[in-house]
Design a protein around this ligand. Structure first.
Ligand code: FMN
Length: 322
């Protein structure tokens, strides 16, 4: 059972891959709060000239020990993707995910990420090469289509036929980007089409959203990305919600979260870059809790990360919604 339920019917909860924002600093920080059952690392791009072994070193299977961290690969060369999946298995991955959703031009221009959704047979070929190469589960994370959803069903079936263990669906097309709202009705439709398990993803911001996605779509597990950057307690809140108890945030949790974040900024990072990194995640928190407050003003005021953090947190905590 790859996606076991938690107690009280709470679904298996996955932390979404988020290249740039959801890097190692963020994963380490949010792991101090916990509540998610598994995380997916942001994609490792596997270009045609990839040097598999050196590229593979970027993946550290026990980074969040004891929480498992799946590896995600993005590329379109069947042999290279299979070789890279093997390398991930050697490095201790318990699951390899195949990215069929990234909308970036650099990526789609080379026929990887979401552009694979234009050719279901090819998507199937790459995925089945990966599946055959390893003994760990291979999964696919996909969008609902490239320009439109005309190949939605074909892509789902092609993915399933490749032998992947399950599919995670972010129900927006490549053209949609991150807007308009994720089409949960497509998660429900996918659930009708597939016989393998399905992870629902997109726009879960509260425990109520989580419960509603589960109920409205019948999906088997939930993945959360931006909602966890805006509120790193969301996974614990969802678990408490399913148990019918309130979730009590511990006062020091947020300080531990940020201290851990800063402790994992790579050595040699300038204070300004650290401040900009902090700003990336704080922007999500501000948008959700204090949209009227201006973080930009603080960025120019302070280049000391600790000082910047202190100022921005007091601004956040004294805002109306926090
Ligand atoms: C900054 C950012 C980076 C992302 N990077 C990845 C990635 O590396 N791999 C991937 O499959 N999806 C990536 N995604 C998509 C998310 O995993 C997720 O599918 C999407 O944000 C919708 O879920 P959410 O509404 O819970 O954020 C990224 C999203 C964002 C916002």
């Amino acid at each position: 059972m790859l996606l076991p339920r938690n107690i009280h019917g709470c679904p298996y909860l996955l932390l979404a891959p988020m290249e740039g924002v959801g890097d190692r600093c963020f994963r380490k920080a949010i792991a101090t709060i916990g509540g998610f059952d598994e995380a997916v690392r942001d994609f490792l791009r596997v270009p045609r000239n990839a040097h598999i072994e050196s590229l593979a070193k970027e993946y550290v299977a026990d980074e969040l020990n004891p929480i498992p961290l799946a590896a995600q690969l993005m590329g379109s060369d069947p042999e290279l993707m299979a070789a890279m999946a093997q390398e991930m298995e050697k490095r201790g991955a318990t699951r390899v995910d195949f990215n069929c959703g990234c909308p970036s031009k650099i990526v789609t221009g080379r026929g990887a990420g979401s552009s694979l959704l234009q050719d279901p047979r090819f998507l199937q070929e790459v995925a089945s090469h990966m599946v055959k190469a390893v003994s760990i589960p291979v999964t696919i994370k996909m969008r609902s289509g490239f320009e439109d959803i005309s190949l939605f069903e074909e892509n789902l079936l092609a993915a399933q036929e490749s032998g992947v263990a399950y599919i995670t669906l972010h129900p927006r097309t490549k053209v949609d980007g991150y807007r308009p709202p994720a089409r949960w009705d497509l998660i429900a439709r996918a659930k009708q089409i597939l016989t393998i398990p399905l992870v629902g993803n997109g726009d879960i911001l509260t425990p109520q959203d989580a419960e509603r996605m589960l109920r409205e779509t019948g999906c088997d597990a939930l993945m959360i990305g931006r909602g966890s950057v805006a509120n790193p307690f969301i996974f614990n809140e969802i678990k408490a919600y399913f148990q019918g108890i309130p979730y009590e945030k511990e006062a020091h949790s947020l300080s531990t979260y940020f201290a851990t974040y800063l402790a994992h900024v790579p050595p040699g990072t300038t204070p300004r870059t650290s401040v900009n990194k902090l700003k990336q995640i704080l922007n999500f928190m501000f948008k959700a809790n204090a949209p009227e407050k201006n973080l930009e003003m603080l960025t120019t005021q302070s280049v000391d990360p600790e000082e910047f953090l202190k100022l921005s947190l007091s601004l956040l905590l004294h805002s109306a919604k926090a």
